[in-house]
Design a protein around this ligand. Structure first.
Ligand code: 6CS
Ligand code: FE
Length: 319
């Protein structure tokens, strides 16, 4: 286990300055997207790897089978119904109801999601694309419940993780496992192809304890209308539509957001954020105190050993 105490003195150079009063603008990414030197056909084909590099995301269908998805959904519901968990700091409720919007640190709270986070189909692929050993920077369940699941404003996760968590460079990615049907009607994630290659500088300074409001409705670290319109003019907007068991992989700097869900159908996904060990968080570039451990692994940064996928005929491999 690598335990790093990120001291202020460890601050690396701030290559992606944002929220320091500069006018909103778009600058070029200076980091690679794919760090792997070649493809690894047992994990990803050359074509898919090239597409991921170009557009900044991939939607892989049927990665997990029905039995596995059922196991994940049972765990999703168990966590949702657990009163202690619902009252914990890791559970973020919706602004307009007491339904859970997001549940963080599930790779530690749940034995099922702890094993899933290390699954070779996820961690092995992340390790390959980032060409380094990886650890979980953040994990969460986004429930986006039916009827009142609120939107997520446009944002780049990296902009937040850089400014508020001290993540130095763009050498991280998210994997979202779809647990309930995601389509245009119930608030599927929207992505802007190619936007990962541009860093959008946001203007307004980060308020103290920003996360206490941003996780319900983010208003700082979001692109100006002009910057967003420019990204959309170049790349358009794609909805990450998929069936349960599909996996959406997206680069840490992918501009994304999602609409509210007023349908009866929840849009529930598991998210694991894999960060390269060489890119572990330092001191937040905004200079404020670090965010809590459930949002950003800092005290216990543990490289993951991707587990080979062993189907156990007589029991769920995640039992
Ligand atoms: O602040 C964060 O880390 C979280 N906020 C959003 C909107 N996406 C990434 C992450 O879950
Ligand atoms: Fe996000």
């Amino acid at each position: 286990m690598i335990t790093e105490k990120a001291e202020q003195s460890e601050q690396s150079e701030d290559v992606y300055q944002s929220r320091n009063g500069d006018k909103p603008k778009i600058i070029q990414r200076v980091d690679p997207v794919v760090y792997a030197q070649t493809a690894n056909p047992s994990l990803i084909t050359e074509d898919l790897q090239a597409r991921y590099e170009r557009q900044g995301f991939l939607i892989l269908d049927n990665v997990f089978n029905e039995r596995e998805v059922d196991c994940f959904r049972q765990e999703l519901n168990r966590l949702n119904d657990d009163k202690e968990i619902k009252a914990s700091a890791e559970a973020i409720t919706e602004l307009s109801s007491d339904e859970i919007r997001s549940l963080f640190k599930i790779h530690e709270i749940s034995p099922v999601f702890k094993r899933l986070a290390a699954d070779n189909r996820l961690a092995g692929l992340a390790q390959h694309l980032l060409n380094d050993r990886v650890y979980i920077h953040q994990s969460r369940l986004n429930y986006k419940p039916g009827f009142r699941g609120k939107e997520f404003n446009w944002h780049s996760d990296f902009e937040t993780w850089h400014v508020e968590d001290g993540m130095p460079r763009m050498r991280a990615l998210s994997m979202s496992i779809i647990l309930t049907e995601n389509d245009q009607r119930n608030g599927a994630l929207m992505l802007i192809p190619g936007s990962h290659k541009k860093f959008v500088v946001c203007e307004e300074e980060t308020p103290e304890n920003h996360y206490s409001v941003s996780l319900k409705k983010q208003e700082y670290g979001i692109p100006s209308d002009e910057c967003l319109a420019s990204l959309v003019a170049d790349g358009g907007i794609v909805s990450a539509i998929g069936k349960p068991g599909s996996v959406l992989i997206f680069d840490s700097n992918m501009m994304h957001g999602s609409n509210s869900n007023i349908t009866p159908w929840p849009r529930s996904n598991v998210f694991f954020v894999y960060n390269a060990i060489s890119n572990r968080v330092t001191w937040p570039f905004c200079g404020l105190s670090p965010r809590p451990e459930y949002l950003c692994s800092r005290k216990a940064i543990r490289a993951i050993e991707p587990r080979p996928f062993i189907a156990a005929a007589d029991q769920s491999i995640y039992a």
